[in-house]
Design a protein around this ligand. Structure first.
Ligand code: BG6
Length: 458
């Protein structure tokens, strides 16, 4: 039997834009996702937009009971900036009532709300001015954070600023799958830097608010790099990849410094962002209390086959590597490699002074899950249980080795809407029938999770 530490957090994560729905109700203003869908619905799988998603705005009270039903003692979701402050300045009382009621309901059922501020949902009014491209975004975000802490700090003790900042940065400015879908390295770095400063300023506001027993952190996607070989070129590819995708936010958020190697690379490729004089001090003084790490897949890297010399950019130092032994989740196209969780646990212990951290997302998205429906209407998602077990074994090994991990959250609780993918891949413990008022039905994995949390292990 594998046992986890006392008071271990068992739960799931989700976000406002992926679950709430009511996108144009209750005084909410549009986010980039609402607008992008209005402008280009054809980009979204089966034209599934963010208006209704999983209807949590109307079904949250029953949902909270469901959380308890499957043994969750904690749940992370986000506040929609566009709901709380529709124009960035004016407090929406309807939003305050909704979130207060939602978080209170969780507390009444013994489910700790862990609340995040930004989950890819940039307000449209701000995007029209340039979004994270402009320095003013930092202060807009700091104000929003302050209002959220003041309104809900009595109910919420664990806060996080951003979910996976690298995703809106890279997807929005390099890969084309988040608005504004630009392809511009220099802008991407500037957007990344403003995001970091927005985080830092939010932490500063948090400290000023002095929330009793309050703690603040950030949720980062971690995809550690594994090199094809031990050759110096392949190892350099790993170093470059980790600096870009792992240390770029972990270092400043935990250690209060930007990695030297990353600065060196940005300088080499003439990509250094504009900074303000007091930024370095602000970063150093506003480190976090805890970290959430979303782990889905590793990064496999090698040295590029035909790099330019001297290198002109990151692409001349690191390339993707197709590891022949990989095991895949074919629906999402992501490699399944639980062993990385052990490595991540040790990295947190050794490189990040064993700061408290938790697995804030881990999960398996599968398409067409109706294939696994029994006559009684239950989805037999044994693959999901297997996936969780394998990851938990590795995590447990890391904890045994001394890593300070305090919880394991899955993605996700009820099936939810996923950006351009809509409802294609399902991750939940509860199936959501989008044809039938988002009716929820527990899957086999929900039963398993209940047992897991009751026994604090398996
Ligand atoms: C994480 C995000 O990257 O992965 C979620 O925080 C996302 O917002 C989840 O939904 C699963 O990825 P996807 O793209 O399959 O929805």
């Amino acid at each position: 039997m594998i046992k986890f530490p006392k008071d271990f957090l068992w739960g799931s994560a989700a976000s406002a834009p992926q679950t709430e729905g009511a996108a144009a109700m209750g005084g909410k203003s549009p986010s980039t996702w609402d607008k992008w869908f209005e402008l280009n619905p054809e980009l979204f799988n089966q034209n599934q937009g963010p208006e209704i998603t999983s209807d949590v705005y109307h079904q949250y009270r029953e949902d909270v009971k469901r959380m308890k039903e499957i043994g969750m003692n904690s749940y992370r979701t986000s506040i929609a900036w566009t709901r709380l402050l529709p124009d960035g300045k004016t407090l929406n009382e309807e939003a305050v009532r909704f979130y207060r009621d939602y978080f209170t309901a969780m507390l009444e059922e013994g489910v700790e709300p862990i609340i995040n501020l930004f989950h890819f949902d940039m307000p449209w009014w701000l995007m029209e001015q340039g979004g994270w491209e402009i320095r003013a975004s930092v202060e807009h975000f700091a104000y929003y954070a302050k209002v959220a802490f003041e309104q809900f700090g009595d109910l919420v003790k664990r806060w996080t600023t951003f979910n996976e900042p690298l995703v809106h940065i890279e997807c929005g400015y390099l890969l084309g799958c988040h608005y504004p879908a630009k392809n511009d390295w220099r802008l991407m770095v500037q957007v990344g830097y403003h995001t970091l400063m927005a985080h830092v300023r939010a932490v500063e506001e948090f400290r000023k608010c002095q929330i009793e027993h309050g703690e603040i952190g950030i949720i980062l996607n971690v995809s550690p790099a594994y090199a094809r070989s031990q050759s110096p070129e392949d190892l350099l590819a790993k170093e470059v990849s980790d600096n870009r995708s792992v240390y770029s936010f972990l270092d400043p958020c935990v250690l209060g410094t930007v990695p030297e190697k990353l600065v060196e690379l940005l300088k080499q490729f003439d990509l250094l962002p504009f900074v303000e004089e007091t930024d370095e001090k602000l970063i150093a003084e506003n480190t976090v209390d805890f970290i959430g790490l979303n782990y889905y897949q590793p990064t496999r890297v090698k040295a590029p086959d035909h790099p330019q010399t001297p290198p002109q950019g990151f692409r001349d130092l690191v390339a993707g590597y197709d590891w022949p032994e990989k095991k895949m989740n074919p629906y999402r196209g992501w490699e399944i490699y639980p062993e990385a969780l052990y490595d991540v646990a040790l990295m947190m212990k050794e490189k990040y002074h064993n700061i408290p951290w938790y697995v804030s997302e881990n999960g398996m998205g599968v398409a067409d899950e109706e294939r696994f429906l029994t006559e009684e209407g239950e989805i037999q998602d044994d693959y999901r249980i297997e996936f969780m077990k394998e990851h938990l074994e590795q995590l447990h090994k890391g904890i045994e080795a001394g890593s300070n991990c305090f919880g394991y959250h899955t993605w996700t609780f009820v099936d939810c809407w996923s950006w351009l993918n809509g409802y294609r891949n399902r991750y939940g413990f509860y199936r959501v029938d989008i044809e039938d008022n988002c009716k929820r039905t527990m899957k086999l994995s929900g039963k398993w999770y209940k047992q897991l949390s009751e026994q604090n292990g398996f």
